[in-house]
Write a protein that binds this ligand. Structure first.
Ligand SMILES: [Zn+2]
Length: 260
């Protein structure tokens, strides 16, 4: 089982041990997360793979470097740790208001950051973990300008009608679904409409805990409730479901062939 999106850096959680059978892609929202993810992946390379990236909204308002300076630092992190990194992200476009402890970036700044990270993904042959809120059309249109990209639209909220637009980005594009599928009937319908070879699952820990833990702090282990919900939707047994989903995640993140 693979949780393809969990925030485990210190500002999010104090989880120290996780079921060793589980593989986890560690999501990053800023440079600090990116550095911590790499440390966690180095400490436990069979369980953790780092994503490194900068979120469209400013999750670290105290950091004063320019966008270009931050991208340069990100590049250095990638070059020094390439074998422990499985993805760039989360990056994308978010046109909803930033939460109180964070800060909005202008639309232009967001796009500049997004495009710079798209270029890093091409340079280093790493998939993109794309965050898109209230901006699905804008996000897909930017991605559509590039060739040979691969990635996931994380915590997909584009409804049934935009699934085909994501699939049209290329055969290496996936939709990431989270624990809210266990309590949102509309999202279960979306999952039923996603081709089985283009779906991956995530927790977005510590957020979005699935039933029966709804309202609690989410943990990577709870991804099994998301797998089970998908098995129910697909009307397959849990083993078949796990094989199909894990094959997709392996295909995108190449975490079965570590270069370390
Ligand atoms: Zn996230």
């Amino acid at each position: 089982m693979i949780d393809t999106h969990a925030h485990l850096s210190r500002r999010f959680c104090d989880i120290v041990t996780i079921d060793p059978a589980l593989k986890v892609i560690l999501a990053a929202s800023n440079l600090e997360d990116s550095e911590e993810n790499v440390i966690l992946a180095r400490q436990n390379p069979k369980q953790f793979w780092a994503a490194v990236g900068i979120h469209p909204q400013k999750t670290d308002p105290e950091r004063k470097e320019s966008t270009a300076e931050q991208i340069n630092k990100l590049k250095v992190i990638i070059e020094n740790n390439r074998d422990f990194i499985a993805a760039i992200g989360e990056t994308g476009i978010d046109l909803s208001p930033a939460p109180p402890e964070e800060e909005d970036r202008t639309r232009e700044e967001q796009e500049e950051l997004f495009r710079a990270q798209i270029k890093l993904s091409l340079t280093y042959n790493l998939p993109l973990v794309v965050h898109s809120r209230k901006a699905m059309e804008e996000t897909l249109s930017i991605l559509g300008e590039y060739k040979n990209l691969k990635g996931v639209i994380h915590c997909y909220t584009g409804g049934k009608k935009r699934i085909s637009k994501v699939l049209d980005l290329g055969e290496n594009w996936f939709l990431g679904i989270d624990g809210n599928v266990t309590y949102e009937a509309g999202l279960a319908e979306v999952v039923a409409a996603i081709p089985k070879d283009r779906l991956i699952l995530e927790t977005d820990s510590p957020f979005l805990a699935p039933i029966p833990h709804r309202g609690e702090t989410n943990r990577p282990e709870y991804v099994r409730f998301v797998y089970q919900k998908v098995a129910d939707i697909w009307q397959l047994n849990s083993k078949e479901t796990e094989e199909l989903i894990d094959r997709n995640a392996q295909r995108l993140f190449a975490i079965d062939t570590p270069a370390r």
